[in-house]
Design a binder for this molecule. Sequence first.
Ligand SMILES: Nc1ncnc2c1ncn2[C@@H]1O[C@H](COP(=O)(O)OP(=O)(O)OP(=O)(O)O)[C@@H](O)[C@H]1O
Ligand SMILES: [Mg+2]
Length: 332
Amino acid sequence: MTRPAAAGAAPRTARGIAASAGRPVVVGEEGAGEAVRFASVPALREGLGMVGYLADDGLAGVVFLADRLGKPVLVEGPAGTGKTELAKSVARLTGARLIRLQCYEGLDESKALYEWNYKKQLLRIQVENAAPDDESAGRWNEIEDDIFSEEFLLERPLLEAIRASEPVVLLIDEVDRVEVETEALLLEVLSDYQVSIPELGTVVATQIPLVFLTSNNTRELSEALKRRCLYLHLDYPSLERERAIVLAKVPDVTEQLADQVARIVRSLRALELKKHPSISETLDWARTLVLLGIESVDEATARETLHLLLKYRTDIELAAKELAAATARDSA
Ligand SMILES: Nc1ncnc2c1ncn2[C@@H]1O[C@H](COP(=O)(O)OP(=O)(O)OP(=O)(O)O)[C@@H](O)[C@H]1O
Ligand SMILES: [Mg+2]
C-alpha cells in the first residue's frame, strides 16, 4: 500500500498585519527569527477596529501572543459577547481563509477530521467486479491501494486546516458541546498540528493556523485542553465600548441614541435577570429603534421594545418595573 506521508517541520507563515478590510495587505515584521502575522498589539487592535471589531489592548494582547507562540486561544464568556466574531474578524484582517468546525453533541472524528467516501469506494469496487478478470486476488491489492487514496478521502475542518497551504484561521466553535473523547481528539491535533491517517500516513501542517476555540462554559473543559491554550475571557463590554460598537454597527444611529441604548442596556445588566442582554441584543434593539425613527428613548418606548433585549417574561416584567422606578427617580 502506498503511504505518501506529508512530513516535515511546521514553519510559520510570513504574514503581517492587514491594513484594510478583507485585503491581505501585509506589513510583515520578523520577530524572534520567525515570520509573524501582527506587528504589535496596538497595530492589531487598530486593525481589528478597521474590520469592525472593537477590542481593547487586553484582548489584542492575547491574540498577538497566540500568533507569536503558535498557541490556540480559548475564548470563554457569556452568549453574544463577540467570541465567534473575534475569529471571523481576525480572518478578515489577515486575509486568511476561515475554516469553521461547529461543535455539537455527538460530533465525532468522521465529521471533525476525515472520513472515507464509502459510497465512492463501493462504486469503484463494483466497477472493478463488473470487468471479467481471472487474476482477481492480485487485483485486490491494487484496488485497496486505490480506494484508500486521496481521491476517496473526505476532508473535514481539522484536516483541512492542517493541510492548508495558505494561511488559515481555524475556528472551533462552541467546544463545550462535544464529549470528552472528541475533546481529546482536538487536543491531539492542537498539540502537534499533525494528523495520522493509517492508510495514508502522517500529515504535518506546513503552517501553524491561528486557532480560536469558543466556549459558553456549559461544562468545564479538561485541564489538558486549557493548558494547551491561551485563555481569553470576553465579558459584556464597558459603556464606552458598547456605545462605540453600536455606532460602528448600526447604520444611521445618532451618538445620542447610541449612548442612551448603551446606558439602558448597562442598567438592565445590573438587575438579577435569568438572561442578561448581550451585545447582539443591544445591536438588534438599536437597529429597531432606528427603523422606528426614534431619536430618543423614553420609558414607554423602552418598555414596548424590551422583548428585543430580554427573552423571558419574568425578566421583561422586572426590567419594566426598574425602568418606571428610574424614570420616577429622574423626575423627582
Ligand atoms: N467587540 C466587538 N466589536 C464589534 N462587534 C461586536 C463585538 N463584540 C460583539 N460584537 C457583535 O455582537 C454580535 C454577537 O457576537 P458573536 O456572535 O461573536 O457572539 P458569541 O460570543 O459568539 O455568542 P454565542 O456564545 O451566542 O455564540 C455580533 O453581531 C458581533 O458583530
Ligand atoms: Mg458564537
